[in-house]
Design a protein around this ligand. Structure first.
Ligand code: NAG
Ligand code: NAG
Ligand code: NAG
Length: 378
């Protein structure tokens, strides 16, 4: 006779998704900005960069912009494809992580994968998922931190990967899909925003998590200065993985400020988030807003979902509309005007959640809301 625990283990094993790690060669080009900025090398360089970027009354990126240049390259993208045990899922979700993490943000092993979005999507909801380390980050190719690893080149990477996935020409993925959902978090949402604007018919639905278009300089300041960034070469966890010029929070305090809301997290998850944390480039932060104010031509179903206490996109309170003079009921609502062609437009504010939606106790509410949205179409 099996003991109940053994039966449970067997039942869990039956649910287990099948995942495959991939290294995908891509050849891309993009029109990048050229900044007159030396690599920030020292602690003071990195702090000065954050102080310059957050100074009111000046457009720092514009003040150091010398022109534009087409950057072309061959890169290797580290990715993971997962599908249900029984075969390909009903649609492919392409998941793009934000600043401070890599693709493991979507499939956190913490607490036996209890927080894993991928586990929910594949095992419980029957989707296939594709997560990738953004170009320049973690196990994907690195590049010049100022003039190469910028938003537009990362958008080009997402576009190339999406095309290869639709063609069925990613080696290691035999399934071919005709339904796609693009999902981003934070900077990954900003990248997804630009991608779906440039490719309005590509995906059936898109979800922008940890995102709004109401962020103002105060919100960015809290995130950029609160993060307490330090040169990657001084960070023992990351020094060997990144070239000079990248930076990351100095300690878990910066990660706490940037991604966690009081009362919504397990302290062990904060420690975990710091341990799996990744670096960012000055080029990314200088270009983060490019295209973000463009009217979006996306034609699919759109959901924006953000934690009530999100710091960088809501200043810590998505229902406080002081910064937009009370013109809308909350800080997500203004985005509706940016999506005039979307088949449907929905927003969701997760009560008590911070910026790192997948990291909080509230992740269950977040995922329920995301799958509720998707279940109206699939
Ligand atoms: C996560 O943990 C909670 C509480 O311990 C439990 O109820 C739930 O079933 C777990 N979920 C998964 C996917 O393991
Ligand atoms: C957020 O702002 C709203 C409107 O100003 C306020 O009513 C609410 O109490 C605030 N929420 C928190 C958690 O402080
Ligand atoms: C989502 O938006 C559509 C209109 O775009 C609306 O009909 C629907 O009720 C919304 N759903 C939710 C859950 O708010």
């Amino acid at each position: 006779m099996f003991k109940p625990a053994v039966l449970l283990a067997l039942a869990t094993a039956v649910m287990a998704r099948k995942c495959q790690n991939l290294n995908i060669p891509i050849s891309i080009s993009a029109r990048n900005a050229v900044f007159n900025l030396p690599n920030p090398v020292s602690e003071i360089d990195v702090t000065n960069f954050a102080l310059s970027l957050t100074r009111p009354g000046t457009d720092f990126p514009d003040s150091i912009l010398t022109g534009y240049k087409t950057v072309s390259g061959k890169y290797s993208i580290a990715a993971t494809y997962c599908q249900p045990d029984h075969g390909p899922g009903k649609a492919l979700q392409i998941l793009t992580h934000g600043v401070g993490f890599d693709r493991s943000y979507w499939d956190l092993s913490f607490n036996n994968f209890n927080y894993s979005y991928v586990a929910h999507a594949v095992d419980e909801q029957g989707y296939s998922t594709f997560t990738w380390d953004r170009l320049g980050i973690a196990s994907s190719s690195k590049g010049d931190p100022v003039n190469e690893i910028q938003k537009s080149l990362e958008v080009a990477a997402l576009q190339e990967l999406s095309i290869l996935l639709r063609q069925g020409s990613v080696r290691g993925i035999s399934a071919k899909f005709d339904k796609f959902i693009h999902v981003g978090h934070s900077f990954g949402s900003a990248i997804t925003y630009n991608f779906i604007n440039a490719n309005p018919d590509f995906s059936d639905a898109a979800i922008l998590t940890g995102f709004s278009q109401s962020q103002n300089l105060d919100f960015a300041t809290a995130f950029l200065l609160g993060g307490n960034f330090r040169p990657v070469k001084e960070n023992p966890l990351l020094a060997a993985k990144y070239p000079i010029g990248y930076f990351a929070p100095q300690s878990s305090i910066g990660v706490n400020i940037q991604f966690f809301a009081p009362g919504d997290f397990d302290p062990k998850m904060l420690a975990n988030a710091f341990n799996i944390g990744q670096a960012a480039t000055p080029g990314e932060l200088l270009t983060i807003a490019s295209g973000a104010g463009d009217t979006n031509s996306f034609k699919g179903h759109l959901l924006i979902i953000t934690g009530e206490r999100d710091l960088p996109f809501c200043g810590g309170n998505c229902t406080d509309t002081t910064s937009i003079q009370g013109a809308f009921p909350d800080l997500l609502a203004p985005s509706k005007a940016f999506f005039p062609s979307a088949a449907t437009f929905n927003t969701s504010i997760v009560p008590g959640a911070g910026h790192g939606l997948n990291l909080g106790y509230s992740h269950k509410t977040t995922y329920a809301s995301m799958f509720d949205f998707l279940s109206s179409f699939y």
